[in-house]
Structure formats: C-alpha cells, structure tokens
Design a protein around this ligand. Structure first.
Ligand SMILES: C[S@@+](CC[C@H](N)C(=O)[O-])C[C@H]1O[C@@H](n2cnc3c(N)ncnc32)[C@H](O)[C@@H]1O
Length: 298
C-alpha cells in the first residue's frame, strides 16, 4: 500500500539486490515514510528485525504508525546514520545482514511548506531534517559573499554561483531573506535570460540543493556512514545505497570500489541501477536515482 504521492524509489531493484542477505538484522538507514521498510518486512519472516533510522522525528511518528502491524519486529531510532555502529549496539548486535540507505529528502518534507525545502511554495527558509543547528535562512543571511559562492558552487554545482551570491548579498542589504519564494526570486533574477526559450530546471534548483546539503551536513554524514559500512556488514551481508546527485553517487562509488579492492567485499553493481521509464513516468522524482550495492565476502 502506498501513501498518496509516495513511491519508494527502485523498490524491486532494492529487494532483488538485498534478497540473499535478508536474514536476521535488516537496517533501513533512512526509514522516512517506511515505504522500503514495509516491503523489506513483508519480504522477510518473524525471525527478521528491521532497524529503522531517521533524523526527522515527524517522519518517524508517521512511520511508527505505518509499521505498527509488524509489532516487535521493528525498532525505530531518531538518529544519524553516521552513528550506525552505536544504533546497532543499542539493539545488541555488532553487524547487520542487510543495510539500505535511500538518500535525500522525503516527499513529506518537500511537500510541507513549513519545512522550507521547496522553492515552489512559500515557507520559512528552514530546510533542517532535524530541528537543531543553523537553518538555511541563517546561512543565507550570515555567510560572506565568497563563502556563498563556494557553497553554491561546491554543493550546487551552479555555474552562476558568483552572480547568485552577489544578488543574495545585495538583497539582504535591503532587509533579511526569510522566505523560500523570496530566495527563489532573487536567484532567478541573478540568472541571465534563458537562450532559446524554456529552461530545463528552475534556476533556484541548485542553490536550494546546496543549502539543503550544507544545513544537514549531508556529504559529511554520508562519508561517515560509508567509512563504517563495510565493517558493519556480517559475512554475506549486503548494502544498497540510492543517491540522487553526482556528489553523493561519487562518494558511494568510490567507497564500494575501495572495499572491493581490499578483497573483503564484492561490488554488485559495476554500473549503477537506474529507474525504468515506467518508474520515472509514475514518479518523476525518481529520475536522477542511482542504486549501488556491495556484499561482504569475508
Ligand atoms: C528519500 S527519504 C527516504 C524514504 C524511504 N526510503 C521511504 O520509502 O519512505 C530520506 C530520509 O532520510 C532521512 N535522512 C537524511 N539524512 C539522514 C541521516 N544522516 N541520518 C538519518 N536519516 C537521514 C530524511 O529525514 C528522510 O526522511
């Protein structure tokens, strides 16, 4: 059963790649709304425990209800997946048989204007998955121009990062930048006119991505997970990671290749798995997804 508007990305591929490892301890590092988790629980029996982790307490609240029918087979933790080792220790195991991470934002987060993730609706510039630390608004209103250029270039890969940073600094000089639609207009205004008609993506897409990545320390957290992941798999255990942009995918690819070079792990996806055209038509948000998997062999 799907929640309206929510489809777990690359679900069949995840189940197929993790199937041989679906034994006792299965971890969903980004349990979100529980779509993948419910399918993993359905694919396994009473002897399998699913450990679900998420930074977002409101997602966990919904997921607790959604997965209630699986009873004591489910253990949910409000935690950072970079702390996977500590979460496993809390459930009394040293390693996991199957681990999934489906990176990025959940539809519940994108669709709630009060969370500030979307430039399509007006909301406060928040973007925090866990309500702690600086918001996107704090970054936009306090970083120096050079720091903004660096952030928008490095984490957003926007070739107009200089123009955008200049426009942000100029606009905030006239009063703070507080709302998502306000920032989206400032960024769009910094772009040169589109050549030959319509743009492929909204000009604010990359700046919003950069801010979200910075606010939630997404690349640092992913790196933290990837460093520990090979050692936290049981022999024969498998890990699958779904990423949504090249910055993440590069980290996953390198980590899995490095583990394979050590001879302790096998890379199960020399080429990443990507969604079919049917899946993209059903769920346009899946279009940039890449799935990579590895197995511990010794
Ligand atoms: C794309 S959604 C996952 C959707 C989920 N697979 C499903 O089927 O409902 C990503 C989730 O990961 C969570 N998240 C992002 N970074 C995290 C981190 N470092 N640790 C734990 N959860 C994280 C987000 O809060 C969000 O709920």
């Amino acid at each position: 059963m799907e929640d309206a508007g929510h489809f777990p990305v690359l679900l069949e591929e995840v189940l197929e790649l993790l199937a041989p490892a679906l034994r006792r301890t299965v971890v969903d590092c980004t349990v979100g709304l529980g779509g993948h988790a419910a399918a993993l629980l359905e694919a396994t029996g009473e002897g399998t425990m699913l450990v679900g982790i998420d930074l977002d307490e409101s997602n966990l609240l919904k997921t607790r209800r959604r997965l209630a029918r699986f009873g004591a087979r489910v253990r949910l933790f409000e935690a950072n997946f970079a702390d996977l080792e500590a979460v496993l220790a809390e459930v009394g195991v040293a390693s996991a048989d199957a681990v999934l991470a489906d990176l990025g934002v959940a539809s519940s987060q994108l669709e709630d204007p009060s969370r500030g993730f979307s430039f399509q609706v007006s909301g406060p510039l928040d973007m925090r998955m866990r309500r702690q630390g600086p918001t996107a608004g704090d970054l936009v209103n306090t970083l120096g121009e050079a720091e903004l250029v660096e952030l928008i270039w490095r984490s957003g890969q926007d070739r107009y990062s200089r123009r955008i940073a200049r426009a942000i600094v100029r606009a905030r000089g006239r009063g703070g930048i507080e709302r998502t639609d306000q920032l989206a207009r400032i960024v769009a205004g910094a772009y040169p006119p589109a050549r030959g008609g319509r743009r492929r993506i909204h000009p604010a897409t990359r700046t919003f991505q950069a801010l979200r990545i910075a606010v939630n320390r997404e690349l640092e957290n992913l790196q933290g997970l990837l460093e520990k992941l090979p050692g936290l798999l049981s022999p024969g255990g498998r890990a699958a990671v779904i990423s949504f942009h090249s910055l993440e995918d590069r980290l996953v690819k390198r980590a899995f290749q490095a583990a394979a070079r050590c001879g302790t792990h096998r890379n199960l996806t020399p080429k990443p798995r990507t969604p079919s055209s049917e899946e993209i038509a059903r769920n346009p948000r899946s279009r940039s997804a890449k799935l990579r998997a590895m197995e511990r062999i010794s």
